[in-house]
Design a protein around this ligand. Structure first.
Ligand code: FCB
Length: 442
């Protein structure tokens, strides 16, 4: 028997999530160039060199897209406000950009949807990337200025604000592994980005608090890290991966410190006097956002540089991304956060979902695998709540098929199918199943 909203406490928030660059269409409305445009234009980075210039053209289709959320009985919409749209060169305001988000937020409120805003879902303006981007400490304070500017316009109407989406992706995936913009593979740039992205969070949070804004949080991503064997070498490798991916960010914001075993590798490359920033980084928050997708099984790789590890495939079925389906990891993540890091601080599952090679047949998309995925992860959330985790909401990633970063348009995460030629939107079977579960007259 599938779950419904009545299996969760009254007031539990259900929604879907998107991000600006992945859906809006960066060519519209006077947005400036961002580092994803140049990353995509550089050979070898993105499948078919696709970029976000048009994406789902949500910039013009937003009323119909908000209608889709409403028609699915959702309570909230997690969206992001693009820095490059609001400030095309990173510092100068584009009035069209502010107007767009003003309309969008009013459109949510008119439909009874709570606006859950994210400030940085990865559109670093190129002008700031040119000055070193997240390797440059100044970027943190430009970011606080952006946070203030957009909040002065829409902060009176949003239900919550997250500063940063997925610092691990911003820093490690993008500056050490080179898989996302700006595509660096440089431990020194990576160490700086690992710290500066948290400093940006702290600086923006302090600025918004000073303006009287409440309901401030950050969205971190977590994976269920396991060792490939019980040898001490594999166990230690898993602990390093857990330290870099899971512990670094949550320990910084909740305890004001970094894990010692990660500093063993990054310490020599950290910016000067980083300790002085830890109080700002660990100031009080109102909630924590958790993105969870998969498990990562890790083994020791002595021939590669620190952190000397590599991933091995797990035994369970995989999504179109090749990510292993592992709902127990969400339960374990939520209970661990509650137990070891944040106690009763409210948690929102801000992203969870799967890519599938969906195809339309006679106007229908029978994505039973996504439906099962969604309900298994809702059950895992409920199980964590039974163990005390204070989870207050759940957002499916994503409302629409969209620009999946380095994977281009090939990987389909949506509850709603998008034809990238015609831009036609077609709800999938999972959309209808979620809508039924969320109906208030169920
Ligand atoms: C997360 C991102 C989101 C989307 C999903 C699949 O890492 O926050 O934009 O790409 O993964």
């Amino acid at each position: 028997m599938a779950l419904s909203r009545f299996d969760f406490p009254a007031g539990f928030v259900f929604g879907a999530a998107t991000a600006a660059y992945q859906i809006e269409g960066a060519q519209f409305g006077g947005a400036g160039p961002c580092h994803w445009d140049s990353f995509a234009a550089t050979p070898g980075n993105v499948v078919r060199a696709e970029d976000g210039a048009r994406a789902c053209d949500h910039y013009h289709h937003w009323p119909a897209d908000l209608d889709l959320l409403r028609a699915a009985n959702m309570d909230a919409y997690r969206f992001s406000t693009s820095w490059a749209r609001v400030m095309p060169d990173g510092v100068t305001v584009n009035p069209e950009g502010l107007d767009f988000y003003d309309r969008l937020v009013d459109g949510m409120l008119q439909r009874g949807l709570k606006p859950f805003q994210t400030l940085y879902h990865w559109e670093l303006p190129s002008a700031l990337a040119d000055r070193g981007g997240w390797a440059n400490r100044d970027t943190c304070f430009y970011f606080a200025d952006f946070a203030e500017t957009i909040t002065r316009r829409i902060g009176d109407r949003v239900a919550s604000i997250a500063t940063i989406n997925e610092p691990w992706c911003v820093a490690w995936l993008s500056h050490f592994l080179g898989c996302h913009a700006p595509g660096h593979r440089d431990i020194r740039a990576a160490a700086r980005a690992m710290h500066h992205i948290l400093l940006a969070h702290g600086a923006a949070t302090q600025r918004l608090r000073g303006m009287g804004q409440d309901n401030l949080g950050i969205v971190l991503n977590f994976e269920a890290v396991e060792a490939a064997s019980d040898t001490p070498a594999d166990q230690a490798a898993a602990d390093r991966q857990d330290g870099i991916f899971n512990q670094w960010f949550i320990q910084a914001i909740s305890q004001g410190s970094y894990p010692a075993h990660v500093l063993q590798g990054l310490g020599p490359h950290m910016p000067a006097d980083w300790q002085d920033d830890m109080a700002l980084i660990s100031q009080k928050l109102d909630w924590l956002g958790v993105n969870y997708y998969t498990r990562n099984i890790v083994e020791h790789a002595p021939a590669s540089a620190w952190p000397h590890l590599r991933s091995v495939a797990g035994p369970r079925p995989k999504t179109q991304m090749g990510w292993e389906i592992y709902p127990e990891g969400l339960r374990a993540t939520l209970t661990r956060l509650h137990r070891d890091y944040i106690g009763d601080l409210p948690i929102y599952v801000t992203e969870n979902g799967m890519a599938n090679a969906d195809e339309i047949a006679a106007g229908e998309i029978p994505d039973a695998v996504r439906e099962a995925f969604l309900f298994a992860h809702l059950q895992a959330t409920k199980d964590a709540m039974a163990k005390g985790a204070q989870v207050k909401g759940f957002f499916y990633w994503s409302l629409l098929d969209n620009y999946e970063w380095a994977e281009g348009y090939e990987k389909r995460f949506g509850l709603v199918h998008v034809d990238f030629e015609t831009l036609a939107r077609t709800p999938k079977a999972s959309y209808h199943a979620f809508a039924r579960a969320l109906a208030s007259n169920a």
